[in-house]
Design a protein around this ligand. Structure first.
Ligand SMILES: CC(C)(COP(=O)(O)OP(=O)(O)OC[C@H]1O[C@@H](n2cnc3c(N)ncnc32)[C@H](O)[C@@H]1OP(=O)(O)O)[C@@H](O)C(=O)NCCC(=O)NCCS
Length: 182
């Protein structure tokens, strides 16, 4: 599938998405080495990755078939990453995720602009119908971000994540193609 780079930018927010490339690994490593960020971003894989491990993980992950990983660039600098994962082409659905660098431009609308661009790609270019976000209970920033973009809460996967000897629910939110507002 062609990825239209010119449509993956929001000049007003100074945010663009670039399909993952190996030379982004060094800048993105902070996401995968910061426990609080990682624990929210990858609920099932919350252990720090070395740069070498990460190179393999991201290259495999970004297969451009069922999984797409985009680097978020803000002000010309790598700010984080977002992903469209587990694309089910039969049912035209996928899961979305986003993480900013721990010392990145958080709380400034950068993640929102990035997710909005990825939603545009998902519904327009990829022709998907349903996008799901699974958000750990207590991840208020992520909940606000997705709700502000129109995602609706469907329910909770109870005790779906094991953390520090306890359990956390994963809230399931979704956005359908006719609910998407560019
Ligand atoms: C989730 C994440 C990407 C949000 O980034 P962000 O820069 O705060 O996002 P935005 O600036 O676009 O806005 C998010 C909203 O949450 C609010 N917010 C930000 N931090 C918050 C916090 N700690 N508690 C409550 N609300 C928060 C923002 O004010 C904004 O809401 P508003 O528009 O009503 O003011 C970022 O916190 C992150 O990388 N977290 C770690 C990884 C993660 O949780 N990923 C999501 C997995 S589903």
């Amino acid at each position: 599938m062609d990825i239209p780079l010119d449509r993956l930018q929001d000049p007003e927010a100074d945010v663009r998405l670039v399909p993952f490339e190996e030379n982004h690994v060094a800048a993105l490593a902070a996401v995968f080495q910061d426990a609080p960020t990682l624990r929210f971003y990858l609920p099932s894989l919350a252990r720090p990755f070395s740069e070498a491990q990460l190179r393999g993980l991201l290259a495999d992950w970004h297969d451009m078939t069922t999984d797409f990983v985009f680097t978020i660039v803000h002000g010309g600098k790598v700010a984080g990453l977002c992903n469209l994962s587990g694309v089910d082409w039969v049912n035209r659905s996928a899961e979305i995720g986003v993480a900013l660098l721990p010392d990145g431009p958080r709380g400034k609308g950068v993640a929102r602009a990035a997710v909005r661009l990825l939603l545009g790609f998902s519904f327009r270019e990829a022709g998907l119908h349903r996008i799901m976000a699974r958000i750990q209970d207590g991840n208020d920033a992520s909940t606000r971000l997705f709700e502000a973009l129109g995602f609706r809460r469907e329910g909770a996967l109870r005790d779906a994540v094991r953390r520090s000897g306890g359990w956390r629910a994963l809230n399931v939110l979704s956005l359908l193609e006719d609910e998407y507002r560019p």
